[in-house]
Ligand binder design. Sequence first.
Ligand SMILES: C[S@@+](CC[C@H](N)C(=O)[O-])C[C@H]1O[C@@H](n2cnc3c(N)ncnc32)[C@H](O)[C@@H]1O
Length: 406
Amino acid sequence: MGGGIDRVRAQYEVYPYPSRNPDDEARRLVVGSPSHLAEIEHYCFAGRLPRPFRALVAGGGTGDGLVMLAQHLHTRGIEAEVTYLDLSAAARSVAEARIARRGLRNVRFVTGSLLEVARLAPGPFHYVDCCGVLHHLPDPDAGLLALVSVLAPDGALGLMLYGELGRTGVYPMQRALRLLAADLPPAEQVRLARRLLGGLPESNWLRRNPFLGDRQSESDADLYDLLLHSQDRAYRVPQILAMLETAGLSLAAFIEPAKYEPATWLGDTVILERCARLPEADRWALAEDVAGAMKAHVFYAVRRARAGQSMARADAPDAIPVLREIQPAALARTLARGGHLKVALDGRELKLPIPEGIAEIVAAIDGRRTLAEIRRLTGYAEADFAARHARLRALLAPLNLLLCRY
Ligand SMILES: C[S@@+](CC[C@H](N)C(=O)[O-])C[C@H]1O[C@@H](n2cnc3c(N)ncnc32)[C@H](O)[C@@H]1O
């Protein structure tokens, strides 16, 4: 194994990431993207999860994605095995303790490099999560190919890679700290980084970057990950698409889809008309370039042969609409009031006009009822219901708030 990977392993042995206390599992579940089960079903498997479901969480760290996915599968009673793989034994022990605290039995743990996944955990897997890991490899493309080698033919991946523009200012500080602190032990490096942050001039790009939060209040693990990493790079949309292409993959969706549409960031009608004529990959790239705020790209990918087939059809009568992490009653009340729906996307507050007549549908969504059942419950005639449901989807689906399964 190369020296680069050894340095990365050493970092995560000292600072397992993210910093988590297993006792907290008693009071909350950390949820996010990728690998929310509702997203996997919707974006990767056309609403129908293969069973028994086999997933790999590669570079699982202290277990955020692992715990969420294993808990979601258990709660839904889906027969499944989730394999955790990470270089760091320290990260694994935190993840193991979190899984044990929840009494989950659908996880197995493996320690080692994802570059050796074919030997360590040959799969095949229906789904591979790799969140915030490939950009720490000396050769991220080789890492992705290793993951694809254990992917089932109808499999999918959920990935997160750093975003170049939203991380403006990070790399100059990494360079400065390499010059200043490379010879120090990790805890001293963190102390020195805090001193440096405390005295930066106003012109410094990290200080001027509002998208990265308050660096001084970060945990040591977070600060180390941000500013002292021995190996990290960031991506823009075209590079991500090229990386997928090389691996024989195709993009299923960026999360949230709305962030990758220029209309989310721009209002000028002449410009938006021109945007609308661009191929979608160019629209996504343009959205990133004008937003300037994306510090990470979360996305799902499938094998090229399944391009365009993995997304669930949301309008069939037997589709089961699912609200992602929102209480239907609360959302229905907001929608019934009319006006605007306020949502924050990468530092921008959007005020989206609420269409008429959609609140009753939302109130009837419970994650079990089909569209046909919801229509009967609301009493709308077929065409009227279809129009209302289309308006609801147009509002919520681009925000990743309304998904569906079968
Ligand atoms: C930034 S953390 C992300 C953890 C987790 N995926 C999350 O999103 O919370 C990166 C993790 O990847 C692991 N890692 C880095 N390179 C790896 C490799 N080649 N094989 C397996 N794990 C690796 C590290 O040990 C660390 O736990």
